[in-house]
Design a protein around this ligand. Structure first.
Ligand SMILES: [Zn+2]
Length: 326
């Protein structure tokens, strides 16, 4: 059992929320706000997740009505899933808290969680080479995930990238961090060289960069460009969405760049060896890994992002959903 909350900076506590996936934990944060508290990221809706929030509040003597604002770095289920429940707790306790995300993430929440999307996800996976039965298993797994994002927040309020936002005594600049999600925001306190970095840069694991049915074009190109810019940002401490705190910001960015260089090399090798679709390229790259169908979908989307970057670099050619050496 992890501690219900960990002090990580002046006025900021990390709240580890358990997840029913291999990833195990999402790091959420409680920040001292003007007359109460702000929450950054929420977890996914399970009984264990709710209990973890209650334990954290108990430790600090916080009542739900003391929470004034709920911020989301992005709307992936492990960050968005408890936002509606949290908001409802605040309301039931006599308070009021709006939920905020970037405009692009608000749009994504509508498409994915409110099911306004018209894409057929199983068909998409099959088109990229995934066997039919696996694609259907993945698709029905997504319905379970969607259930764990209920109830949805009453409304999502927009947070504009590049704007500034005061939370308690801190002033944050909102930095758009594309790649893992199209509209992810990081919260940067320049005075303290402190960054709430979401899932953009992580220790021990590499953030998934994938092409999904609704992704803006060329996510890996955007991600690599973003790392290039962020490498020079003065950061003494980054507070990430998963795993350990980041103390060597530029060092970790270098490692991530190196990882993608190697992955691009292996992707090119797989195409060279005659694999023509994203699923079979992923099978080749992860040939020694035992993935669940849920994890194969990440592997497929990630292979597709690397294939796309190789096409941009002119190293391979794309025709429809098939790839070959240029
Ligand atoms: Zn995450």
């Amino acid at each position: 059992m992890t501690a219900p909350l960990i002090p990580v900076a002046e006025g900021i506590y990390q709240v580890p929320i358990p997840l029913p996936f291999a990833l195990r934990i999402v790091n959420c944060y409680l920040l001292r706000d003007h007359d109460g508290w702000a929450v950054l990221d929420t977890g996914i809706n399970t009984a264990q997740g709710q209990a973890a929030w209650r334990a954290a509040w108990g430790e600090l003597g916080v009542q739900p009505r003391h929470i004034q604002r709920i911020f989301l770095t992005h709307v992936h289920p492990d960050h968005y899933g408890l936002a509606g429940w949290l908001q409802a707790q605040v309301t039931a306790d006599g308070g009021q808290a709006e939920v905020y995300a970037s405009p692009r993430e608000i749009q994504q929440a509508r498409l994915i969680w409110e099911q306004e999307s018209t894409f057929d996800f199983a068909a998409y996976l099959m088109r990229h080479g995934m066997p039919d039965d696996m694609a259907r298993a993945v698709d029905s797994g997504l319905d379970d995930t969607r259930t764990m994002t209920l109830p949805h927040p009453a409304a999502l309020r927009p947070l504009e990238p590049d704007s500034t936002l005061d939370i308690g005594a801190r002033r944050f600049k909102l930095l758009l961090a594309q790649g893992h999600a199209d509209g992810q925001l990081m919260f940067y306190d320049e005075r303290d060289a402190l960054l709430l970095s979401g899932d953009h840069v992580l220790m021990h694991i590499t953030p998934n960069i994938g092409i999904w049915t609704e992704t803006d074009p060329h996510p890996l190109r955007r991600y690599l460009q973003s790392l290039e810019t962020l490498r020079h940002l003065p950061v003494r401490l980054a507070l990430p969405g998963h795993k350990a705190l980041i103390h060597d910001w530029s060092g970790r960015i270098r490692e991530l760049e190196q990882h993608h260089d190697e992955r691009l090399h292996h992707t090119l090798q797989a195409v060279h060896d005659g694999h023509t679709d994203a699923y079979h390229v992923a099978l080749r790259i992860f040939q020694h890994v035992r993935f669940t169908p849920h994890e194969w979908r990440f592997a497929l989307a990630e292979a597709l992002a690397h294939l796309d970057e190789l096409v941009l670099r002119g190293q391979i050619a794309q025709e429809g959903d098939r790839f070959a050496l240029a």
